[in-house]
Write a protein that binds this ligand. Structure first.
Ligand code: ASP
Length: 339
């Protein structure tokens, strides 16, 4: 009988133990839920509902969504944040809606000169190219610079010679000549002649992406045709590490868009990371603060950013910014206007 009572208690005790272990495991699994996600932009500027047709809005939404989903899928399948960033940007570069790759704006000489950069938050390695004219996807060349050279930035013909040396094919510059952009530059030049004043058209539709992968690695990239009517080999912030692009596993991954000169002078993307690292600011506070600083100088634009915990920030001081993000287990969010 004593043995019976003992075995009953023993069974109960064993059951309770099993329950505790199971509870413990599920609690642990909760704790270890992998955070990952991607955030992208398609440029900041005077983007208003009033100036948009439903058809145009649909085209932008669909392309932003395609880029987001493609980058996200890579992350979901245990791919790297670098691959996700490169993929998302490549899709936007191939689309004439955006001022990068196929849709790049024209210089004053009616050429297209493209700038791009990418950064790996794990190693703080980075790559960039400026003023390239025969590279279909400048973001991929920036990545080659990062991974296959000891340098960070190559310019113009040198960057293209490096591309060739790596087996990347150069394309005819005619690929970038889109009617819409040609009309823009011709109208601006006509206005310059009429008024006798120099006009550098405000930037719009540069593209960028930032991602956090399942391994906890952050990466960011940016790609642009720069400013319409730019002269003398003008380079903006997009290919400059710390201005247009920055990533650091300790803090965040971030890409900028807007009036490049102000982002360079503000060392904008690095400033966000530095405020997080040295002053302990949250991503959204740091990013908004830098946009405020840029506004106070007279500049405009915005950021998209993701931090090491998967928090996203997308501040801007223009009327709108094409932007979106997708985090693990959540639906994609795409926005354009101030909302
Ligand atoms: N920041 C880019 C530049 O100044 C332009 C843009 O973001 O639209 O070249």
């Amino acid at each position: 009988m004593i043995r019976n009572i003992y075995s009953k208690w023993y069974n109960k005790f064993a059951l309770i133990c099993v329950a505790f272990v199971l509870f413990g495991i599920s609690a642990l699994a909760e704790e270890n839920v992998e955070k990952y996600g991607i955030v992208i932009h398609g440029g900041a500027g005077t983007i208003t509902k009033k100036a948009m047709t439903p058809e145009k809005e649909k085209m932008y939404r669909e392309k932003l969504n395609e880029a987001l989903e493609a980058g996200y899928k890579i992350l979901e399948n245990n791919g790297s944040s670098l691959d996700a960033v490169e993929k998302a940007i490549t899709i936007l570069e191939d689309c004439p809606l955006f001022n990068s790759g196929k849709g790049a704006v024209f210089t004053n000489n009616e050429t297209n000169e493209l700038d791009s950069s990418i950064m790996d938050g794990k190693t703080l390695n980075a790559g960039a190219v400026t003023g390239v004219r025969h590279i279909k996807n400048p973001i991929s060349l920036a990545r080659l610079v990062m991974e296959k050279s000891k340098h960070v930035m190559f310019v113009q013909d040198g960057a293209e010679a490096f591309a060739k040396s790596q087996g990347m094919s150069l394309i005819d510059a005619g690929y970038f000549r889109t009617e819409r952009r040609l009309k823009q530059i011709q109208e601006i030049k006509k206005k310059e002649q009429e008024t006798g004043k120099k006009i550098s058209s405000l930037p719009l539709c540069t593209v960028g992406a930032a991602a956090l992968d399942k391994a906890g690695n952050l990466a960011a990239g940016t790609s642009t045709g720069g400013m319409t009517n730019k002269r003398f080999g003008r380079v903006g912030d997009s290919p400059i590490i710390g201005a247009g692009t920055y990533a650091n596993n300790k803090t965040c991954a971030i890409s900028a868009t807007g009036w490049g000169e102000y982002f360079i002078r503000s060392v904008a993307t690095h400033d966000v990371s530095a405020m997080m690292e040295y002053a302990g600011l949250a991503l959204s506070d740091a990013a908004s603060k830098v946009i405020e600083k840029i506004g106070a100088l007279g500049g405009f634009g915005g950021f998209i950013a993701i931090d090491k915990k998967g928090n996203v920030a997308m501040p801007f001081n223009t009327r709108g910014m094409y932007r979106g993000y997708k985090l693990n287990g959540k639906k994609a969010v795409i926005k354009m206007y101030r909302e």
